[in-house]
Ligand binder design. Structure first.
Ligand code: B16
Ligand code: MG
Length: 217
């Protein structure tokens, strides 16, 4: 592994909790289709793409639909979801995230976003965080979902660094796997039971500093 030169951040669950808005929008869709969708069910949708999320939801409800119907439902859910994210405020940034991003910028570390979300740009704008990223790789720029490393490899490429010079911050198991598959180091945000493959697991970015990061070199 080379010296750490770049940090790649997942969005949902690392910088902001958009999962709660995804949940409301998916639950409303499930209810319209005539079945329940619980907060435990919602865990299965974290970090996965919009269409995969819909497929999981339909599997839970025992529904089989045509591709055409599925595209319409995914669009409907997204329109509903966007009404929530368009009202987001910078005070929704998770504890310590902005401070850590600012510290990285001051130290000259390169920073990129690596998110499955096609709404990532809107969310970063609403949170007033866009200027802290040197590159943004989101769901509009990748074809392979995590655990495929594409999103992070594209991040490394955009920052002009080697994968082994990158460290990823991720809250989803599939995201940790994506980082490792890309030959990158990884800090897991959440439970060591789920993210045990990461090099370090912390509760949130409030526990992270540049000095702690350098210890992972
Ligand atoms: P969208 P991340 C992911 O964000 C979410 O965790 C996941 O629940 C969602 O389905 C996915 O983005 C796609 O989001 O519908 O906005 O394109 O964790 O990769 O930042
Ligand atoms: Mg996430």
């Amino acid at each position: 592994m080379g010296q750490i030169k770049a940090c790649l951040f997942d969005l949902d669950g690392v910088i902001v909790d958009t999962a709660k808005y995804h949940y409301i929008a998916w639950r409303e869709l499930a209810n319209e289709l005539g079945f329940e969708f619980t907060i435990e069910d919602n865990e299965r949708l974290k970090g996965v793409s919009r269409m995969t999320s819909l497929n999981i939801l339909l599997e839970i409800g025992g529904k089989t639909l045509s591709d055409e119907e599925k595209i319409k439902l995914a669009e409907k859910k997204n329109e509903n979801y966007r009404t929530f994210i368009l009202k987001m405020q910078p005070n929704e940034i998770l504890s310590g995230a902005k401070e850590f991003l600012e510290e990285l910028k001051n130290k000259g570390m390169k920073v990129a976003l690596g998110s499955a979300s096609k709404n990532a740009m809107t969310i970063l704008e609403r949170l007033e965080l866009t200027h802290l990223f040197d590159a943004i790789i989101d769901g509009t720029k990748v074809s392979q979902a995590k655990p495929d490393p594409e999103v992070f490899l594209k991040g490394a490429e955009a920052l002009n660094v080697k994968p082994e010079e990158c460290i990823v911050f991720e809250d989803a198991e599939a995201g940790v796997e994506a980082a490792l598959a890309g030959n990158m180091r990884c800090v897991g945000i959440g439970s060591p039971n789920v993210l045990g493959k990461a090099d370090l697991v912390i509760d949130g970015l409030h526990q992270m500093t540049y000095d702690k990061l350098m210890k992972l070199n």
